[in-house]
Design a protein around this ligand. Sequence first.
Ligand code: GDP
Length: 463
Amino acid sequence: MDRFEQTICALATPPGEGGIAVVRVSGPDAYPIVEKVFAPLRAGRTVAAARGYTALLGHYTLRGEEMDETIALFFRAPHSYTGEDVIELSVHGGAAMADGLLEALLLAGAVPAAPGEFTRRALEHGRLSLTQAEAVMEVIAANGRQGAALAKSALDGRLAKRIGRIQAALQSLNAHLTAWVDYPEEDVPELSGAALGAALSAQQAELDALIAGYGAGAVLRHGVDCVLLGRPNVGKSTLLNLLAGFDRAIVTPVAGTTRDIVEQAVQLGEIRLNLFDTAGVRNVGEGGDAIEAEGIRRSWKKLDEAGLVLAVFDAAQPLDEADFAIARRCRGRPALAILNKQDLTGSTAAAQAALQPYFKQVISICAKEEAALAPLTAAVAELLGTAQLDPHAAQLCSARQLAAATRARDALAQAQEAVAAGLGLDAVAVCLTDALQALCDLTGEDAAEATIDEVFATFCVGK
Ligand code: GDP
């Protein structure tokens, strides 16, 4: 049987304890199946006669036994999330009642939904575009309000519109070029090299903006892996406590107590930092402490993978060779230098100047005071580009979309090179066609089954 001829069901709310649990049923037999398991309370009411956008109170039964009180919410095709007949059944939270309901539905002829299958059906029935389907996943996964707003704007179709404008511009350019190349006798006015170059670079700039926003958008939605780095005693643990809001790491005036990488997620403004507190980084000689050396090795390794590096320095002491060894490692990375213990010194200007060449940004704070959070939050948002990002503007929201947008951008860059090199317009047209194909891949127009599978591979059941 074709998959869409089957009626699927799954838990739509997260597993675990909660006030209510919602089980969603979708497919051609949603009504007859639910009819078998759900009994309305009021006499005369039936599932079969229920109209769309109405609700019924009743209970469900499993193997003849009356189970939990249930509210059924009815949707009629095509006016539902999936575009099919859909019924959402709410029972009391916790796993037991929802599990019983799922069992009853399976016994009545429903099949378990595959990961993302509700959304996939919505896509197949034209209720959502591929970029919107991806956005559903991002809204579900987003862990901050701005991140959610960002994903929501893709869900609203704003991303598809933004890409659509680029497509339309390129298409009209392509049509013009093709007409000129294929029908020279038709008197199509030739585009000047300058006009063509300008049109291409305008669309490339649009794509560049989208691509640039991706990193910052991903940071808002998923947070960033962050490494805390610095010599012993500069105040890393104190800073961690400030970020975490409670005494998480052991703070002691003795050097080298933070031996392992402490993993912890903290919220800094709109950004979630996945923190790796590191062992005090210092040169470990022959007689050095082996455990600490291992911790240091691991923190260097983490440094390569981190999306954000917070390098802490002691403003009350002159910067030494160990400090500069850290600074050199930070060069070219998304790293913020934090001159700590500002309260113990008159001016940090000289140290700031000395560190400036190695870092994207340098700030001075006193980690013992909560007031340090504001400048820290601002500096991190600035460094990661989230400060500049409008969460309501459409952004790319998956690695797949990023790859397609990058291909389109590169093709446009090639087209401009072709124009600049004075190559024939047919060479330019070939590049334009590549760019348009990449944009079609992005939006999912004539997307291959493999692309759609890839999108849904990251979905969870019930969505
Ligand atoms: P770590 O080894 O880098 O983790 O450093 P700690 O966080 O353990 O801090 C070492 C010492 O410096 C502790 O006694 C802290 O109380 C102190 N300390 C940390 N930050 C500041 C600060 O901003 N001002 C002052 N005066 N002392 C600080």
